[in-house]
Design a protein around this ligand. Structure first.
Ligand code: DC
Length: 207
């Protein structure tokens, strides 16, 4: 069973995907990390994230980079959003994601284009979303907890910028797959969002 979990930044899709993977004993791939690794690598190489050639060269990052704590930083997320608009970068990362998705026994993947491009054949497709204000609040609390000095207004404007870029790029833009179920987590806490996601999986999973 392939389970696709898509949605915008800070929607809670990662939390939902990890919980579903644990519940069904499936391997999980956070595909955003791949784009974050490319973004981090292009900066480390002194390249330009807006140059397709520079970003493509950074696709050859070392695998152990995926565990680097800086990949989780907001600055790396912004770089990831910039390198992810290049079609050559998306193409270069396709096989790795597709192979993960089609491994025997199934898998859970979260990202932006899992239900539309990477695994249009997924048995279950979830699109996790929340209002930009709710997402900004969550990210703000998380960053404050980590001792990062940032304002709510800065986070909200960064989220809006990233949403705009992710939704409007020409290649594999963030969009809801026709056959995806939308899970709006604006008014839900973490446990409620996970419970709602599992209820959707139960409804759709083949038996
Ligand atoms: O989910 P995230 O915040 O870690 O993703 C970082 C960026 O990577 C996001 O702004 C767009 C890009 N991305 C993508 O284009 N396609 C994916 N499947 C996952 C992430």
């Amino acid at each position: 069973m392939i389970i696709a979990v898509d949605g915008p930044t800070a929607s809670g899709k990662g939390t939902v995907a990890r919980a579903i993977a644990a519940r069904y004993g499936l391997p999980h791939l956070d595909t955003g990390l791949l784009y974050r690794a490319v973004g981090w690598q292009v900066a480390a190489d002194g390249g330009d994230p807006d140059s397709e050639a520079d970003a493509l060269a950074a696709v050859r990052f070392a695998d152990d980079l995926l565990g680097h704590p800086e990949l989780r930083h907001e600055a790396t997320g912004a770089l990831a959003s910039r390198v992810s608009i290049h079609p050559a970068v998306r193409k270069a990362l396709f096989d790795r994601q597709r192979i993960f998705a089609t491994q025997s026994g199934g898998a859970v993947l979260d990202g932006r284009d899992i239900g539309t491009v990477i695994a249009p054949d997924a048995e279950v497709k979830l699109f996790v979303t929340a209002s930009v204000e709710a997402r900004a609040q969550r990210r703000f609390r998380e960053m404050q907890g980590n001792g990062v000095a940032v304002t709510l207004a800065e986070i909200e404007s960064d989220l809006r910028r990233r949403d705009e870029r992710d939704r409007n790029r020409s290649e594999a833009p963030l969009m809801t797959a026709r056959d995806a179920r939308v899970l709006d987590s604006t008014a839900l806490d973490k446990d409620e969002a996970v419970a709602a996601a599992i209820a959707i999986v139960e409804e759709f999973r083949p038996r």
